[in-house]
Design a binder for this molecule. Structure first.
Ligand SMILES: Nc1ncnc2c1ncn2[C@@H]1O[C@H](COP(=O)(O)OP(=O)(O)OP(=O)(O)O)[C@@H](O)[C@H]1O
Ligand SMILES: [Mg+2]
Length: 254
């Protein structure tokens, strides 16, 4: 896959109970872009992300990853290209130990022995979870599970990183560590977040989803400066762009 573009065309998703989660969503993300998908609770963000590596099947519309349409035949290749961190880490961790969970993907890619050990150790260290390697995932705290879930995806060295609420449940130190890690990741990054300060810091482009539709798609700073748009979509400016609570003046350096 040459350019690792992500193209979504006319995507519609209706759940079996009749809920229209995505009415019509289209966008094109180029290789190397860092894009945030934001929106109120229930806007359709997780539903959208789960289409990017085929966990859900579109009611209508198409998805292309790199040079290939997402189909049953291309799914195994696309899952290797697109690493997906789910909103709920319990959807991602299913092995008896943390080590086994992080090793699962690389093992399927043919890694073994000391190379596999090294890959797992390195990915756990990058998310500050090396000390958890022998624990069963169901004994971990919420934030620890999140770190391990991220490590399982890093272990696959994906070309496109898709993360649903990556900082939710993380303590400030782990959040900062993840931000640094994401800044270092030079390939395509797509994530949803209610952590708008992280969005402001990491993403040059932001897409607002509102009631299953793309309400805005453009430079992050422009979007966060559009108060009417934010209010209409039940969103607020990041804290770092809000006026100082003590003196009411704009914060410096922005
Ligand atoms: N399995 C399901 N069956 C039926 N409806 C669903 C299902 N999963 C999600 N929905 C509905 O689809 C809509 C979009 O949900 P989704 O989880 O994509 O929202 P979200 O933008 O990720 O919200 P949040 O910010 O709370 O994570 C919501 O109305 C939700 O109730
Ligand atoms: Mg969600």
């Amino acid at each position: 896959m040459s350019h690792h573009i992500v193209q979504v065309k006319g995507l519609r998703h209706i759940y079996p109970d009749g809920t229209i989660a995505l009415q019509e969503v289209s966008f094109l993300i180029h290789h190397g872009e860092s894009v945030a998908i934001i929106g109120a609770n229930g806007a359709g963000k997780s539903t959208l992300l789960q289409h990017l590596n085929g966990y859900l099947t579109p009611t209508a519309g198409d998805i292309n990853i790199g040079d290939f349409p997402l189909t049953r035949a291309t799914l195994p290749d696309i899952r290797r290209t697109v690493g997906m961190v789910f909103q709920d880490p319990d959807d991602q961790l299913f092995m008896p130990t943390v080590f086994d969970d992080v090793a699962f993907g690389p093992l399927n890619l043919g890694l073994s022995g000391s190379i596999l050990e090294q890959r797992v150790e390195e990915c756990l260290s990058r998310v500050g979870a090396a000390h958890l390697r022998d624990k069963p995932p169901y004994h971990l705290s919420g934030g620890e599970k999140k770190r391990v879930a991220i490590a399982t995806v890093l272990a696959m060295s994906p070309d496109i990183l898709v993360m649903d609420e990556p900082t939710s449940g993380l303590d400030p130190h782990a959040r900062r560590q993840l931000l640094a890690l994401l800044k270092d990741f030079s390939h395509t990054k797509i994530f949803t977040s209610h952590d708008l300060d992280m969005v402001f810091e990491l993403c040059e482009r932001t897409i607002i989803l509102h009631e299953g539709l793309v309400k805005a798609d453009g430079p992050t700073r422009e979007i966060f400066n559009n108060a009417d748009l934010l209010a209409e979509c039940c969103l607020e400016k990041p804290f770092s762009m809000q006026n100082c609570a003590a003196c009411g003046r704009p914060k410096t350096g922005l």
